[in-house]
Design a protein around this ligand. Structure first.
Ligand SMILES: [Zn+2]
Length: 956
């Protein structure tokens, strides 16, 4: 039997049914029935996390999370869960946070019962097999190695390290061989599970196409036997930060060359006040980027480039409120002025007091967002809800974080007043501070220093000195937002036969589709500006000039775009090798007006007006180019593959070299020739009438006239083409990584030598799905090569292929490559012996993934944008679903054999860590003598030896 809980408040636009229940074992469950869904899913949130790690077994909670996947009494095979999901269009993952551990998966509706049966056994009878436990510890250690060089993890660990000694926060949560490799670790796992995994601390969310009563029966059947140990939730009483360890100034040395100033206050816990949300009000104003804002002022002074403000609850005990400011060189040298300006803004906030109209404005927009909420991807949706169930009252889990009920002037004022210096810590994060950092965080080795605030800082809090300023700007509350939509009229209707199901051309180069699926007051306007200027995309220096131009333009419009963003209207600009693309999305009512305002700004934009800003942006781009090489190796490798397989792209090294030659003069020269030979194409999708679409494009074109451009013809648009790899040859290229990174990476691409038609795309997806989970199980779980192991389908410029990526901290890349090959070889027999039955399941799985419904109008529009950039097949998705039915087992086998075994055309890129250097070089010596391999020192030489495929009308 189970108990019914309160009704969940939902949006008027949400047609799904919800029901909250509690099982006899006190497990709280939310059932969601969505007859339209293609997939089902489950998320289980257990209220225990890294804070409960025993002091001598740091990382145990996280390690346990890994272990639950690897075998239960009912399903002892370690890859059972993954195999099952992979056959049924499934996805799965899990994470361990400070207070919670969250497990989730999704799969096709028909496979749901089998999935939930395997999943529920995690919480009933996990095995913690000795041999798995040993191996999986390596996966945790690899994960730790992956985070080692990432600033976000290093900073989080510094925060934990800075907590009071003995406080649960003062530990390390990921775990490593050093913290976990103990003889009785299996007993520790079992002890932890027995103690904390109790049904009364579990929150479950179930999502499916079944009815509520069917789901109710299902969850009772699967979860009734999870043990209720009737334990209390972990409670924390002592704050890790107080007067004894705050009121100080920290210098921190990051891995990446980025300069930040961060202010962090410890405040009374805000979560109990979530219905009036005082922290949201404050961060809304401090993080504002419009007129009168803190960022606007700092930018005008040339001190900062970006600013964000937010808050995070910890330990059900306190809230950290943060302001993070990205500094310019000048800002770094004069960081005290940045601090003073921030204090001046806070002083203004204190003096003006909490304003009801601002609160109401935030509320109005949030209410519109909530009333017109879109669906999300299932997994993301349920995992978030399962987590919210731990913190919010059950009726509010959908409403939060949208709506707050009451304006509580005193409470907001109290929180504004509690931003003081005694509970503040200021962090200056910059590589330039390294010589002043005399302390070291023990896990990641981050260098830092900490000193108490001096008298000047404390005094300037009350009376900030702004005498340095030459700015005309003032620090004040923002003006009212006139982008708030006035009309929410819906123009389309479901199943309207008079409307086209796909975009149609309503005027030269104007594609339009009215929404008749989602029926929300939203839409998107996209403008593609093709150019033939400045020898782009071939001239790498001009590629960088155009990047600087783009960033300068974003600064030019930032006050306007920020105001629009507050009213749910967004603007994004992207410069690709072929085009300058402008995307406007959001509530349709104000969208045409916003689009025209941005175009007006575009035609009147003078990028040469502010040389100081140019210098700051140049610094940014230079640092970014350089910081690329500090990304984890598996992320560094991707652009090289992209770059090698087609024309019109440049390697990160070429960019790093070219940036050095850029000056204000070279930029001036670029600007004079840029945007002179153009062609426009529009895509308008959403809650618009045809006339509105015609009006906005015609008015837009009129505005664009002022650019004084010459119109180019369709055939003059740049063509990007793919390089042909050679049959039975593997092209090899490698680069050594600098000292300090333990990880190497190997990427292997198998290219299919024919145009990536609809049929070939389907076949590639089938092969990839056939290989995906077996590859993960073999290379990661069994062979323990590393934490990052994945396969993907790569389709570029009309040519497709399959990619393997393995990042390894234990083997050199050539060894990894041999393992990949051995794995691929081992799959040949399975391929040849595949039964019709197995093939049918495979096809069904891919078909379900392809046909998955769009979650909102923007996801739908993204498909049309892709079509415009490829072959204008707007209905590609439907065509693929129809086409895949016609693939036979014989055809699939023939395709896979050609791709992988008979005449493989492949490419291997290695990034080699110092740790693997010697071993790798020996292996490379052997490889060079093998006639099936061609090793090149640089990519330009490789490209010069390869022929190009024909141009397949795929623009990118
Ligand atoms: Zn993990």
């Amino acid at each position: 039997m189970c108990e019914n809980l309160s009704k969940i408040t939902k949006s008027q636009n949400d047609k799904r049914e919800y029901k909250a229940i509690r099982l006899e074992n006190k497990m709280t469950i939310v059932l969601i029935s969505d007859p339209e869904t293609d997939k089902s899913g489950v998320a289980m949130n257990v209220f225990v996390g890294a804070l409960e790690d025993p002091a001598d077994r740091e990382g145990l909670a996280h390690y346990l999370e890994h272990m639950l996947f690897l075998g239960t009494e009912k399903y002892p095979n370690q890859s059972e869960y993954m195999d099952y999901l992979s056959k049924n269009s499934g996805l799965f993952n899990a994470y361990t946070d400070l207070m919670e551990t969250n497990y989730f998966f999704e799969c096709s509706n028909s496979a749901f019962e089998g999935g939930i049966d395997r999943f529920s056994q995690f919480f009933i009878a996990p095995l913690f097999t000795e041999s798995c436990a040993k191996r999986e510890m390596n996966a945790v250690n690899s994960e730790h190695q992956l985070y080692f060089k990432q600033d976000i993890w290093r900073q989080f660990q510094l925060l934990r390290h800075s907590a009071k000694k003995g406080n649960p926060l003062n530990k390390f949560g990921v775990g490593s061989l050093e913290t976990l490799d103990h003889p009785n670790i299996r007993e520790d796992l079992i002890k932890f599970f027995e103690r904390y995994y109790s049904s009364n601390q579990m929150k479950l969310v179930v999502y499916s196409n079944q009815s509520i009563s069917q789901l109710e029966t299902l969850v009772m059947d699967k979860f009734w036997s999870v043990k209720n140990k009737d334990i209390d939730s972990p409670k924390y009483e002592e704050k890790p930060f107080d007067d004894t360890n705050q009121g100080n100034f920290w210098r921190v040395t990051p891995v990446k060359d980025e300069d930040y100033l961060k202010l962090m206050w410890t405040l009374d816990h805000t979560l109990p006040h979530y219905k009036s949300n005082p922290a949201k009000y404050i961060s809304h104003l401090i993080g504002h980027e419009g007129e009168n804002s803190l960022l606007s002022f700092l930018k005008e002074e040339g001190l900062a480039l970006e600013l964000s403000s937010g808050y995070h609850d910890y330990m059900n005990l306190f809230t950290l409120f943060e302001i993070e400011i990205k500094l310019t060189q000048k800002g770094l040298q004069n960081y005290q002025n940045v601090v003073n300006t921030t204090f001046a803004y806070l002083k203004m906030l204190r003096e003006k007091g909490a304003q009801e109209w601002i609160f109401q404005e935030i509320n109005t927009i949030n209410k519109l967002k909530f009333d017109n909420v879109d669906k999300q991807k299932i997994m993301q949706y349920i995992l978030t809800l399962a987590s919210k169930l731990q913190y919010y009252e059950i009726e509010d889990i959908l409403v939060q974080p949208y709506l707050f009920e009451s304006f509580d002037k005193e409470l907001i004022q109290k929180y504004i007043d509690s931003l003081k210096t005694s509970n503040l810590r200021i962090f200056l994060q910059s590589k330039t501070q390294e010589s002043l950092c005399n302390l070291t965080e023990p896990i990641y080795g981050t260098k830092y220093s900490c000193e108490n605030f001096d008298e000047t800082t404390i005094k300037s809090f009350e009376n900030p000195d702004l005498s340095f300023t030459k700015s005309q700007k003032k620090l004040d509350l923002p003006p009212p937002n006139d982008f708030v939509p006035k009309s929410m009229t819906i123009f389309g209707s479901k199943n309207d036969e008079t409307q086209s199901k796909l975009p149609v051309q309503i005027q030269d180069n104007v594609w339009f589709k009215q929404d008749n699926t989602f029926l929300t007051p939203k839409g998107q306007i996209s403008l593609f500006i093709y150019f033939k200027d400045c020898d782009l995309p071939h001239n790498v220096q001009n590629v960088l000039h155009s990047k600087i131009w783009e960033l300068l333009f974003n600064h030019h419009v930032s006050e306007l775009t920020y105001m629009a963003e507050q009213a749910y209207l967004s603007f994004r600009m992207a410069i690709t090798p072929l085009q300058l693309k402008l995307d406007f999305k959001g509530f349709n009512d104000s969208l045409p007006r916003f689009t025209l305002q941005i175009l007006e700004k575009l035609v009147s934009f003078n990028p040469l007006a502010n040389q100081e800003l140019f210098n700051n942006i140049y610094e940014e781009v230079a640092k970014e180019t350089d910081n690329f090489f500090k990304n984890p190796p598996f992320q560094q490798i991707a652009p090289y593959v992209d770059y090698l397989v087609r024309t019109g792209f440049h390697s990160p090294q070429q960019k790093a070299e070219a940036i050095k030659g850029i000056t204000f003069e070279s930029f001036t020269h670029f600007v004079k020739q840029w945007l002179k030979n153009l062609r426009f194409e529009w895509l308008i999708v959403g809650n618009f009438e045809k006339q509105t679409a015609l009006d906005v494009t015609n008015q837009g074109l009129e505005v664009l006239q002022k650019l004084n451009y010459k119109m180019i013809q369709q055939f003059e648009i740049n063509q990007i083409r793919a390089y042909q790899l050679i049959p039975n040859q593997t092209i090899v290229w490698q680069r050594h990584l600098p000292e300090g990174d333990e990880n190497s990476t190997c990427t292997k691409l198998y290219q299919y030598p024919q145009e990536c038609t609809i049929r070939n795309h389907n076949l590639l997806d089938l092969v990839q799905t056939f290989l995906r989970i077996p590859a993960f199980t073999q290379l990661r779980t069994v062979e323990q090569l590393g934490y990052v192991v994945f396969t993907s389908v790569n389709t570029r410029s009309g040519i497709g292929g399959i990619v393997f990526v393995v990042q390894s901290n234990v083997k050199p890349p050539i060894e990894v490559s041999n393992r990949i090959k051995a794995f691929v070889q081992s799959m040949e027999e399975k391929l040849i012996n595949m039964t019709e039955e197995q093939f049918k399941t495979l096809v069904e799985g891919v078909k379900n993934t392809v046909k998955e419904k769009d979650t909102d109008i923007f996801a739908e529009t993204a498909r049309y944008e892709e079509a415009i950039n490829t072959q204008y097949i707007f209905g590609k998705k439907q065509k693929r679903v129809e086409d895949i039915e016609n693939v036979t087992l014989e055809e699939f086998t023939k395709f896979a054999k050609a791709l992988l075994y008979q005449e493989p055309r492949s490419l291997e890129f290695y990034l080699v860590s110092q740790k693997h250097k010697e071993e790798q070089n020996q292996l490379l010596d052997d490889l060079i003598h093998n006639e099936n391999y061609a090793h090149y020192k640089d990519i330009e030489t490789i490209q010069s030896r390869l022929a190009l495929y024909p141009y397949y009308y795929s623009k990118v």
